[in-house]
Design a protein. Structure first.
Length: 363
């Protein structure tokens, strides 16, 4: 194993031993904030440290077994060779496990997300595809036992949408959906196309982690413009007869968000505020932390919103992800939310990239 990896493992074990002592001290136990932080870090490090200790035990067994290779008894030598082969295979697997455990956890993995889908090039077809993608994420949410709720939508002609914003809540939503940010392209024959020509349209998808606390980023009231208006689309007569929808404009940044989900103007404003704060936090992170940009680019593709990440080809019944070597010839199932295979492939590719980065970094 590389020296830099071994050093990281030793440092992790030192930190683990330090935390183990600290969380048993009364002054730490009485400080709830520090105690909670320490116990969480201790719990996170435990699988890595236990695996490292197992690894070191196997290395010692290998050293002991190598001595028997030179034994004068031929039967013992043969047994030692057989045992050494097993131990070496075990070491290889343990090293793979250790490297995976060393990959830094994304603090956003457990967070809920805001999903934004916007029509791009392609006119009416792009608007229809916004609806298709929203249905895909809705079916995925049902399969995954996640909760999806509409925040706002702007309808287009012929039954499509210019934009849909929704919130998806549940277990590890961001972990799986973070790679969906980017341009999704569709190729199909529109119903209005008399000559059967395939048209290409596109939609952009943005995935934002929901901030956990409203205190994470402060907004000066004087920097905020609040507008109310009548909600459009589904929601019943009551929604359309009252100014329940809310639009928030953050004047310094120019960021605008809307919520027209429910009948309560107060609830819509609260949801819009969380969305605005999530957008402002992403903006601040992009501006202040260049490492975050590098991390996104080191994921699968850059995640840039102008990047074409996937093509949905209807005539060929094919889904192709352009960031990895992935193609599915079951488009109907994919659009019905059957996306487990693509998530597995994207996560594995991301882990491979991060492992390579880890191995190339010296402490």
């Amino acid at each position: 194993m590389l020296k830099s990896i071994i050093q990281r493992l030793e440092l992790a074990e030192e930190r683990f031993n330090f935390l183990e002592k600290e969380i048993s001290q009364s002054e730490i136990i009485n400080n709830q904030k520090i105690y909670t932080s320490y116990t969480k870090e201790y719990s996170d490090l435990k699988p890595l440290v236990e695996k490292h200790q197992e690894y070191k035990v196997i290395l010692r067994e290998i050293d002991d077994t190598k001595i028997l290779i030179d034994d004068s008894d031929g039967e013992i030598r043969d047994l030692a060779k057989e045992e050494l082969l097993k131990l070496n295979n075990l070491v290889v697997n343990l090293e793979k496990d250790l490297k995976k455990l060393l990959i830094p956890k994304n603090s956003d993995d457990e967070k809920d997300i805001f999903l934004e889908i916007r029509a791009g090039t392609g006119g009416d077809e792009a608007g229809l595809f916004v609806g298709d993608l929203f249905r895909m994420f809705s079916r995925l949410s049902e399969r995954s036992k996640w909760k999806i709720e509409m925040i706002s939508s702007r309808e287009a002609e012929k039954g499509g949408y210019k934009e849909i914003v929704a919130k998806i809540s549940g277990k590890q939503v961001f972990r799986y959906l973070q790679f969906e940010s980017g341009v999704h392209r569709v190729q199909r024959v529109p119903e209005t196309e008399s000559q059967g020509r395939v048209h290409t349209s596109a939609c952009s998808v943005v995935i934002l982690p929901v901030i956990e606390s409203l205190d994470e980023i402060e907004i000066d009231k004087s920097d905020l413009r609040v507008d109310t208006f009548r909600a459009s689309g589904a929601g019943g007569q009551h929604v359309n007869k009252t100014d329940s929808a809310v639009r928030l404009t953050h004047i310094p940044s120019g960021i605008v968000v809307e919520c027209q989900d429910g009948r309560s103007q107060h609830k819509n404003k609260a949801k819009a505020m969380i969305l605005l704060q999530s957008k402002l936090m992403e903006k601040a992170s992009d501006e202040q932390n260049t490492e975050l940009d590098k991390k996104r680019k080191n994921m699968v593709g850059s995640g840039d919103r102008s990047e074409k990440i996937r093509t949905y080809n209807f005539p060929q019944n094919r889904v192709t992800d352009h960031r990895i070597d992935y193609t599915s010839h079951n488009l109907e199932a994919f659009l019905d939310g059957d996306m487990e295979d693509i998530f597995k492939a994207l996560i594995e590719e991301n882990q491979s990239r991060m492992l390579l980065k880890l191995e190339n970094e010296a402490i």
